[in-house]
Design a protein around this ligand. Structure first.
Ligand code: SF4
Length: 118
């Protein structure tokens, strides 16, 4: 069992989750050919110690326990797991210089964009 960063994270530049991960297993793609790797963060499942610290920090509520992952987002678990096959193409990102916390309306809009209701 591990945690999964879903497509709700796409294009987020908040990265507060990085500050709380005790094992630095929240990663971004740094390889040469990003095709197939959307612009978001990923959790390296073999390195995650299942502490759960990241989940409440995500302003987009993009992080789920794999057992609680909406079926709609099952591909995201596959993507996170695939990080381990290309681990050399991933690294811990730099923290952004500025952050903008999304409004509740933006968070809801993002959920609707990805067809996650409720
Ligand atoms: Fe890191 Fe803990 Fe989140 Fe796993 S659950 S990614 S170890 S903060």
């Amino acid at each position: 069992m591990t945690w999964v960063i879903t497509r709700l994270c796409r294009d987020c530049l908040d990265m507060t989750c990085l500050e709380v991960c005790p094992v630095n297993c929240i990663l971004e793609f740094v390889g040469d050919t990003p095709g197939g790797w959307p612009n978001q963060l990923y959790i390296a499942p073999d390195e995650c110690i299942d502490c759960g610290a990241c989940e409440p920090e995500c302003p987009w509520a993009a992080i789920f326990k794999d057992e609680d992952l909406p079926a709609l987002f099952s591909d995201d678990a596959v993507l996170n797991a695939r990080v381990m096959q290309s681990r050399g193409d991933f690294d811990v990102p730099q923290q952004p210089e500025t952050r903008r916390i999304p409004s509740a309306q933006e968070v809801e809009g993002n959920r609707k964009k990805w067809m996650l209701e409720g």
